[in-house]
Design a binder for this molecule. Structure first.
Ligand code: HEM
Length: 166
């Protein structure tokens, strides 16, 4: 049956991708859940970075809005612009989970631009924790164990590639 489906271009194989280790199912869960989060891109991006700055106040020092108190950040144009930019960038990563060459290119570009700014590797792992929290906040009951594990694996792979390219 799988052979027939493969011939029709419909693979049901759930083998991990040899390069990323992600299965088709995991990629699908990440894509589907991201579709819910991206409907409110600016607000969710701001929430992500407020979570990051609460968890790790030093992270704010790398930004042009370093001196703005957290409760004033939602009115700051640069903060809002950055929130949108990062969310689109995460969206590009999610959109290319099936195109490894593009995916690796995006992650290498992120590594180049962030290592130049002196961003410490640990900041990525703190951001990962905050992303998992954001997903939980936004997805509610849709943030199942399966979805959580798929995101955990995806972000671990992506951030490991970024850090290796620092
Ligand atoms: C999912 C991980 C991340 C993504 C997708 C991401 C994406 C981006 C993008 C697209 C930009 C603007 C274009 C560029 O210069 O590359 C940017 C800028 C920046 N990012 Fe990230 N970033 C991530 C993680 C981090 C982390 C962990 C930090 C640490 C605090 C950080 C700090 C910065 C800073 C300081 C800027 C410049 C902001 C400005 O000048 O307004 N990023 N990021």
């Amino acid at each position: 049956m799988n052979k027939v489906l493969n011939l029709l271009g419909v693979s049901h194989s759930n083998e991990p991708d040899p390069e990323t280790g992600l299965t088709r199912k995991e990629k699908h869960l990440v894509e589907r859940s991201w579709n819910l989060v991206k409907t409110n891109l600016k607000a969710n991006g701001m929430e992500l970075f407020l979570l990051l700055f609460k968890e790790c106040p030093e992270a704010q020092n790398y930004f042009p809005f370093r001196d703005i108190p957290l409760d004033e950040l939602p009115n700051n144009g640069k903060f809002k612009a950055h929130a949108v930019t990062v969310m689109y960038s995460i969206g590009s990563i999610v959109d290319n989970l099936n195109e490894n060459d593009v995916l690796i290119g995006l992650l290498q570009k992120n590594a180049e631009s962030h290592s130049k700014r002196g961003i410490p590797e640990e900041a990525y792992w703190t951001l990962k924790k905050c992303m998992m929290q954001l997903l939980k906040n936004k997805l509610g009951p849709d943030f199942s164990k399966e979805v959580e594990e798929a995101w955990d694996k995806t972000l671990t792979v992506a951030f490991t590639v970024i850090i290796k390219n620092f």
